[in-house]
Write a protein that binds this ligand. Structure first.
Ligand code: TXA
Ligand code: MG
Length: 290
């Protein structure tokens, strides 16, 4: 069973010998490996049960360091990096040869980000390679926002979980790239679209994809709990599903007249950031409830 602790040097040692370590970031916990070591990368896919066509995000500790791994940073993306790194922003950039094709699933672009988490940054500085890290959940399941979430799901397959507490943002990074002169968002996430538009003007959303290996992470089923999850008006949903045990996850504090077995609320005051930080752990709590 994986140890949970705050020992950065131990985590660095494991990573140096090709092993996997779960690491905290401000978005979600990642399952990290040496991004320059194809064998270590292969075990990430194996442990996560992730198809090889779904590429990994590479993490490093600064914009300057990122230049070691990419051939260019086009001006519009550089501006975003300067403004939002460290933070929940991932940029798709032309990769240098030293980034293995396995990391990018054969694409000439690598997804790079600098996480805004003190422990993650310390670890990234303690090793002399970048870390490839997908979210530390089995493929398709809810992402982990606390060390215990990782322990419950991947604890048997890895040795160490670096404990950085609960993730502050709680949603994955926003993935952004450039098509011609247009800034495109491929995955909505912790950095709001509005924040990008306030800095850089209009952006386009490219979220359409399902099962297309060339596109990032937008498969039909993703972040999915094991129990059926229905979204909509609670009264109508209950009517349409009579006799079922029911839990409700609401955004703000809400009273319902219907009988509900369990109710959770993402933010009593309707605060969007608080709601985002609570979303995955609330889904998990519901999934694990009897
Ligand atoms: O917040 C995050 O981004 C977290 C933390 C750990 O950094 N990581 C994360 O990784 O969410 P993951 O693997 O669960 O999702 C990364 C998504 C994938 O769905 C993948 O398709 C896309 O990023 N991606 C990665 N590399 C790419 C590339 N070279 N081209 C296009 N999409 C890429
Ligand atoms: Mg994921």
């Amino acid at each position: 069973m994986a140890l949970i602790g705050k020992d950065i040097l131990y985590a660095a040692e494991l990573l140096k010998t090709g092993q996997l370590v779960a690491i905290p970031t401000e978005t979600v916990y990642g399952l990290a490996a040496n991004a320059l070591d194809p064998l270590a990368i292969a075990s990430v896919f194996e442990v996560k049960k992730r198809p090889f066509f779904d590429p990994l995000i590479v993490h490093t500790f600064s914009l300057e360091k990122a230049r070691d791994y990419v051939n260019a940073i086009p001006a519009p993306l550089l501006k975003l990096a300067q403004h939002f790194w460290p933070g929940p922003l991932t940029l798709l950039l032309p990769k240098k040869e030293l980034i293995p094709d396995l990391v990018t699933s054969g694409s000439s672009k690598v997804a790079i980000r600098v996480p805004a988490h003190e422990l993650a940054l310390k670890l990234l500085k303690a090793v002399d390679f970048p870390l490839a890290a997908p979210s530390a959940n089995p493929f398709g399941y809810i992402s982990p926002t606390q060390p215990e979430h990782v322990a419950r799901q991947l604890g048997k397959e890895i040795n160490y979980i670096l404990d950085g507490g609960a993730c502050e943002v709680g949603l994955e990074s926003t993935i952004v790239g450039l098509e011609g002169d247009t800034i495109c968002i491929y995955r909505l996430g912790g950095l709001p679209r509005e924040a990008i538009e306030a800095l850089s003007g209009n952006v386009e959303l490219r979220l359409n994809v399902s099962g297309d290996p060339k596109a990032p992470g937008q498969l039909t089923s993703h972040y999915a709990p094991a129990k059926p999850l229905l979204i909509g008006d609670v009264g109508q949903l209950l009517k349409a599903n009579p006799g079922k045990k029911t839990a409700v996850l609401s955004f703000g504090k809400k009273e319902f007249s219907e009988k509900i077995d369990l109710q959770l609320c993402l933010s009593e005051t309707g605060n969007m950031k608080e709601a985002a930080a609570n979303l995955f752990s609330a889904l998990r709590q519901l999934d694990e409830s009897a």
